[in-house]
Design a protein around this ligand. Structure first.
Ligand SMILES: *Cc1c(COP(=O)(O)O)cnc(C)c1O
Length: 409
């Protein structure tokens, strides 16, 4: 008799985006003449930059000729890409990460989800609330939790509320976790963690023999000086942290698929025998067994963002999104909203007025301004009363959407 993985039955239905879709379709059906502007989904809108497209084409052409054709590549990724990442994303910024610590993959969603496989099921997981839903859902799938409670929390996960009261940086938890997911710049709040704040977490992980799983998918959006781009800027972090980065938001690769994970040589975790084991060989083994690498043309396209031209072109696209964010932030503040994020991230996190719920605000913005955003409560219970606007849109839509929201009563 084939038995299912019962943990999947504990998962709450993927409610957020289907429910948004349902309400938007209903509105459009009832109001076919209204132009709805979508600022809800966290997906990029601008095309791949010319350097990336050129390298992509060259990669395909190489695959088309006998002399340059490539079959399976290294499971860890091609050396040319790992070396370009080590140099440009780390060493040039004074951070000591070497190519042999970098694993290329087809996405940070996959890596942040798969990483738990190399850690024991007895580990306690700490997760921010609100946050990117993948961390909690994959923790449930791995069998580490009980069921979802009425407050929206899964039994067995340590939740760390992030609200305006604590500046969206969680307090150190009272119950000690073994694995700690942190995401900065943050999705959905758009906020960042300072060096001092990250140091507090690195020290905490060191003292408690815990490991930080650091999702830096929005690193490229950091504009302010002094905001850490990598957790490895913090002393001692290489002993206690894995870092995830992605080309998805950095260079518009959401549909092209390429990301990487850094597992430092000095990162150790414990066996039941009390001995310490290096973590990197486990991830290497996991990837070598279950993954066959990212396609050669895609890796070649990704490496192009580190050329002089590529760097400039990618920076221009990010600047465009951040200009959108700046416009949105200013307009929403002018309209009397308390706003967060949007400076080092493509998301604006808005507090609703007069304690309105996230979904009531969603309906009001949809019905009266014909603009779609994302209800904060969809990212976790502590997101209630907040709303996320994404700056991944074209300028005209941003300007029109903000004009309409300013005129809301
Ligand atoms: C978009 C996003 C990612 C990137 O996922 P990919 O699979 O690389 O496209 C990772 N983490 C967060 C928080 C994100 O918002």
């Amino acid at each position: 008799m084939a038995l299912i993985n019962e943990s999947y039955l504990k998962l709450q239905a993927g409610y957020l985006f289907p429910e948004i879709g349902r309400r938007v379709s209903e509105f459009i059906a009832a109001n076919p003449d209204k132009k709805v502007i979508k600022m809800g989904i966290g997906d990029v809108t601008q095309p791949l930059v010319p350097s990336v497209v050129k390298a992509f084409h060259e990669g395909v052409d190489e695959m088309a000729k006998g002399e340059t054709f490539k079959g399976y590549g290294p499971e860890q990724g091609y050396a040319f890409l790992r070396e370009a990442i080590a140099k440009n994303s780390y060493q040039d910024n004074g951070v000591n990460v070497s190519a042999d610590e970098i694993f290329i993959s087809d996405g940070s969603k996959c890596d942040t989800g798969n990483i738990q496989e190399i850690f024991g099921n007895e580990n306690k997981i700490a997760i921010c609330d609100p946050v990117y839903p993948v961390y909690a859902d994959t923790t449930v799938m791995s069998g580490k939790t009980g069921s979802c409670q009425t407050n929206g929390y899964y039994e067995g996960i340590i939740y760390m509320p992030c609200t305006s009261e604590n500046g969206f940086i969680p307090e150190l938890p009272t119950e000690t976790p073994d694995l700690i997911f942190l995401c900065y710049p943050n999705n959905p709040t758009g906020t960042v963690a300072s060096k001092e704040e990250l140091k507090k977490w690195v020290d905490y992980a060191t003292e408690n023999n815990a490991i930080i799983l650091y999702d830096a998918a929005y690193e490229a959006f950091i504009t302010e000086d002094g905001v850490p781009h990598s957790i490895y800027e913090i002393e001692g972090a290489k002993k206690v942290a894995i870092e995830f980065r992605s080309f998805s938001k950095t260079a518009g690769f959401t549909g092209t698929r390429c990301a990487f994970t850094v597992v430092p040589n000095e990162l150790l975790a414990f066996g039941k025998d009390g001995k310490e084991y290096p973590v990197k060989p486990l991830w290497n083994r996991r990837q070598s067994t279950k993954f066959n690498g990212v396609s050669y043309p895609v890796q070649k396209a990704a490496a192009a963002i580190y050329t002089e031209e590529g760097k400039k072109e990618v920076a221009d696209v990010i600047a465009y999104y951040l200009e959108n964010a700046g416009i949105m932030k200013a307009s929403l503040a002018e309209a009397g909203y308390e706003v967060f994020g949007g400076v080092n991230a493509p998301y604006i996190w808005v507090k609703t007025k007069n304690g309105m719920t996230s979904w009531d605000f969603f309906d009001k913005v949809l019905n009266e301004a014909n603009v779609v955003g994302t209800p904060g409560s969809g990212f976790g219970p502590s997101g209630e009363g907040y709303f996320r606007f994404s700056a991944f849109a074209d300028r005209d839509s941003v300007l029109e959407a903000m004009e309409r929201i300013k005129n809301l009563n």
